[in-house]
Design a protein around this ligand. Structure first.
Ligand SMILES: [Zn+2]
Length: 406
């Protein structure tokens, strides 16, 4: 059977799983660690965090917070606790996710751990996959069968003849040739209850071949339908024409920087700010492209400069790696590269407060009473060394352990 990326074969019956299904009426306490309640907060040392029924019910210093007698207590002495991480660019596209609705839970759990939970991710945006598998996987995650993050998924639209060179030719991709087709596809995605839209405003057709860009009028028609449904629009720009289409169409989030392209112009930066556009850097993706080392170095330098200019301009940077398209699961390199453009606190914000604010998740991104009990316990202080963000001892989503270092 032809496989679709969130194409016409989506089944509506696998939708509408209440996220609250993941919460359990269990009390989990983290005791003895150092807590950064938010990226700009001073740390609380010897802290106690109490979680119950999926929420944080108390945060404070040891001795000031009552520990319920029936609680499961995790000793976090010497560790640092931050809010659960978001990865705003992932894919559930690898073969292991095929038939996720009926596959045994063990291999799904193992791969979810390798790819996401062992790196601290409690919320992710899937920006392209076979929707039948991803929605079935989300249902099993939310039912507690496969420990995993809160999954958001976006429907894709490609320009006509815009099948990217790096995706298998046999996969049928949804292309739009007219604004009407783009609007219709987006209406279908929104009707299925998908969480957002992703447009290829630029598609890579192979080295030496021209990028196929999406007509801004086509992109705009799709964005307007998504926005009318209250959903965000992402775009893969590929080149500066693709960035211009992002601006003209009112896209919300650039899913990548544009490697090898010049810096964003002052006019583009002004428009990003005016329109509230966010950026997902995916720097390590460019560092690991199969090109000569000196070319990779140059690509990374251009993208790091773009992230710095974007952030210095006041734009929200959202952490994202394109993992699941790449098999580079370890987040260490991404943190090292981001640190060239941002402070440690800004990198932490890109994982926590920035996406929570941008995607209007009012109960995520900080460690506060009544917030979702999404937490990451780290083996080192991430403000002392940004690569400590990759040294995860425990990942907790909705008060439930979804990863524990062995
Ligand atoms: Zn991607």
């Amino acid at each position: 059977m032809t496989r679709h990326w969130l194409g016409a074969a989506l089944l509506s019956c696998v939708l509408a799983v209440p996220p609250s299904a993941v919460a359990e009426a269990q009390t989990l306490v983290l005791k003895g660690g150092s807590v950064y309640a938010s990226p700009d907060a001073t740390p609380i040392s010897n802290a106690v965090i109490v979680t119950s029924a999926g929420l944080i019910t108390a945060v404070g210093r040891e001795g000031e917070v009552q520990i319920p007698s029936d609680a499961q207590v995790i000793d976090c002495t010497g560790k640092t606790i931050v809010a659960g991480f978001w990865n705003s660019h992932v894919h559930f596209a690898e073969g292991v996710w095929r038939n996720a609705g009926s596959a045994p839970a063990a291999p799904l759990t193992e791969h979810m751990q390798a790819m996401l939970t062992r790196w601290g991710f409690t919320t992710v945006w899937d920006l392209g996959s076979d929707g039948r598998d991803t929605l079935a996987l989300r249902r099993r995650v939310n039912a507690g069968e496969v420990p995993g993050p809160d999954i958001h998924t976006a429907g894709n639209i490609f320009p006509r003849d815009g099948h990217p060179a790096y995706l298998p030719a046999e996969i049928k991709l949804p292309e739009a040739s007219t604004p009407e087709e783009a609007a219709q596809l987006t209406r279908m995605y929104m009707g299925f209850g998908l969480d957002g839209l992703k447009l290829f405003t630029g598609s890579f057709k192979g080295t030496g071949k021209p990028v196929v860009n999406m007509d801004p009028a086509i992109a705009k028609a799709a964005v307007e339908v998504a926005h009318a449904a209250g959903k965000p629009a992402f775009a893969h720009p590929q080149n500066m024409a693709g960035v211009e289409a992002v601006i003209a169409a009112g896209v919300d989030i650039m899913a990548h920087t544009v490697a090898g392209e010049p810096p964003y112009s002052p006019e583009q930066l002004a428009r990003f700010k005016q329109q509230g556009i966010a950026l997902v850097p995916t720097l390590s993706l460019f560092a690991k492209l199969p090109v000569a080392p000196e070319i990779a170095t140059r690509l990374v330098a251009t993208t790091v400069a773009q992230v710095k200019a974007f952030s210095d301009n006041g734009g929200p940077v959202l952490f994202g790696t394109d993992v699941g398209f790449t098999n580079q699961y370890d987040t260490t390199l991404e943190y090292e590269l981001m640190r060239r453009a941002l402070s440690e606190r800004q990198v932490l914000a890109s994982l926590t407060t920035n996406p929570a604010k941008y995607f209007k998740s009012a109960k995520k991104g900080r460690i506060e009473k009544e917030f979702d009990a999404d937490l990451v316990v780290l083996d080192g202080d991430p403000l002392a060394d940004v690569t400590n963000l990759a040294k995860v001892a425990y990942t907790i989503r909705a008060g439930k352990l979804i990863y524990q270092k062995q």
